[in-house]
Write a protein of this length. Sequence first.
Length: 378
Amino acid sequence: MANKHVLVLGAGQLARMMSLAGAPLNINISAFDVSSEKIVHPLTQNIIGHGLNNAIAKADVITAEFEHIPHSILDICQQSGKFRPTTQAIKAGGDRRIEKQLLDDAKVANAKYAVITNRAEFDDAITSVGLPMVLKTALGGYDGKGQWRLKSTTDIDATWSESQQSLSDTPHQAIVAEEFVPFQREVSLIGARRVNGEMAVYPLTENVHVDGVLSLSIAIDESELQQQAAKMFQAISDKLNYVGVLAIEFFDVNGKLLVNEIAPRVHNSGHWTQQGAEVCQFENHLRAVCDMPLGSTKAIRHAAMINILGQDTLPKEILAMPNCHIHWYGKEKRAGRKMGHINVCGNTQGELDKALKELVAILDESEFPELKQHINQR
Ligand code: AMP
């Protein structure tokens, strides 16, 4: 099998983990740091090239590890004919207006919404969408940032002035007002699709967020929900003619799934696949974009993932725990920053739950807020 060279737009942990997963298949990764415009090695961050056009010329395939990429860069990549999934998919992931339209076009269930660019449209949305509602910036929102809740009519003016600030700060900005969904839990589905339409999805993952940021993901085995999610995955990925790994986040409302959002890339809630699945999401993304046969997405053991946020050390005992694997991202410490994750496994659900309890007993509670309580409730 010939070596393949994949250029990834973005030089963070997702490019790093693609690089680690690609090496055994002779797939080499270089990363385009969109903010510095340098070509870097995804593991060392050393500069290995200059200029996007040079990097495109050297690459067999171009892909992305995040969706907030200037359209001018996406367009250059698209023109090369090497870009996968599609620039349309990346744009849908980065702009909630395009994303909502896509979900409607694919006929998948999602929260009722309205697009707002001025006060009159805001007032109309209060009637058409109804209260309570969630306001989200169309561009640049992630991890719950750029969001406001509007619960009662008394807060209309205050919420409008707060959200209007973001409209005036960012060009082409708009707000997507969504009905508040009374969900019981959030789940996500990660899957891969090839050029020929062949697809493979992983087991659903249940996700726990703390302050809008993913804290804990646990793979689940619930066949009815899995079927609903897989059907929606097929509808969305076919609509986009998608190539690569796609993540879909859902609200579970009394056993009925509603799509919250999509991520046109490998996803934090799929990191458990590194230890819990036959072939992990990073390798399957590379296989799909390089048009190689997909690897099995079957779970090989019960697995969960805990995010490490804003800290660069952990108690050493964790390395001695047979069910735990630490993955650091080699990043400089900053408050709240995603620094790494811990994958926890068990041959049975009972073994996994026991390992999770042992782990949270060792972790510093102040560094992992609410985690202990979520795990002990299980
Ligand atoms: P998002 O960035 O859209 O994933 O939103 C961040 C978090 O806000 C989600 O993980 C949910 O917990 C919550 N959220 C987002 N949209 C809604 C909604 N329409 N109704 C209720 N909660 C929501």
